[in-house]
Design a protein around this ligand. Sequence first.
Ligand code: FES
Length: 172
Amino acid sequence: MKQANLISALSDRELADIDKEIAHAPYRCAVAIDALKIVQQYRGWVSDESLRALANYLEMSAEELEGIATFYNLIFRKPVGEKVILVCDSVSCWIKDSDKITRQIAEKLGIGLGETTPDGQYTLLPVTCLGACDCAPVLMVGEKLHKNLDGDKIDKLFSAGDSAVVKLGEEP
Ligand code: FES
């Protein structure tokens, strides 16, 4: 694929936002994580095609960018639901029963870890430490961190009658 075709796989808005980041960076590939986040912000996830185009635009190899994308666990390399529920499964949360919380959510949504509800609304994913160990167990949806979770709080976050999450993104 020619360079022009690769770049055209990114939208004008994505390129404009990425260019803003590049303007403040010592070299193009220094903005790799921010650029991946920009693509994800517009598309919900980063496809192979987007990743190749982005690598080309940042003057790095697709393999280098893939390494960054897969190391940084908030970059999604597969399609996800409208809301991604990230449940911390690192040690502080684990000793405070995060596995129980995860099971409770999975049951309410009718999906397992790593799966998306059939209506495309929610994806449930494990994540490493979210940096809020003193408030364990925690989960994050979008920018919102839900802290000190227990069974009752999970019940309040989810509606009782169906699998729809009613208050995710708000304080329980
Ligand atoms: S271990 Fe869960 S926030 Fe740190």
